[in-house]
Design a protein around this ligand. Structure first.
Ligand SMILES: [Zn+2]
Length: 121
C-alpha cells in the first residue's frame, strides 16, 4: 500500500507515512466479512485405533481395512504358515509387527497420504 498524499511506499503496519507524516488510514474494510467454512475437511475415515483392534483380532484385517487388501490376506497367510513352520514361535512376533504396521498404515491413510499396496509401516 502507498501513502494517499505523497505516494510513498508504506508498510502494512505503518500508522504514519515515513516521508510526509500523513496519517495512514487503517487498511481494514468494513464490508469484508470472514467467510466461515463450516464444511469439515473430509476425513479418509480410517481410524488407526480401529485398524489396530482389527489386526489384533485377525492378522492382516487392519491392513485390509486400511485399503491394503492383498497385503492383509498375504500377511494372514504368512502368519498361519509361519505359525505352523515354527510351531507357534513366530506367531506372537508377526502379530506384534502386524499390529504396529496396521496402526501406522491406517494413520497414513487417514492423513491423506499415499500408501503403496505393499508399503509397510
Ligand atoms: Zn506520504
Amino acid at each position: 500500500m502507498t501513502c494517499h498524499k505523497c505516494g510513498n511506499q508504506l508498510f502494512v503496519n505503518d500508522q504514519y507515512c515515513s516521508k510526509c507524516g500523513e496519517r495512514v488510514k487503517p487498511n481494514v474494510s468494513q464490508h469484508e466479512s470472514t467467510v466461515i467454512n463450516d464444511e469439515q475437511q473430509p476425513s479418509k475415515g480410517k481410524s488407526p485405533i480401529l485398524a489396530l483392534i482389527l489386526s489384533a483380532l485377525v492378522v492382516g484385517l487392519g491392513q485390509l481395512y486400511a485399503g491394503q487388501g492383498l497385503k492383509g490376506i498375504v500377511l494372514f497367510g504368512v502368519w498361519v504358515l509361519a505359525t505352523i513352520a515354527t510351531a507357534g514361535m513366530a506367531t506372537f512376533v508377526i502379530w506384534i509387527i502386524n499390529l504396529i504396521d496396521a496402526y501406522r498404515i491406517a494413520k497414513k491413510v487417514n492423513q491423506g497420504k499415499h500408501v503403496e499396496e505393499w508399503e509397510f509401516f
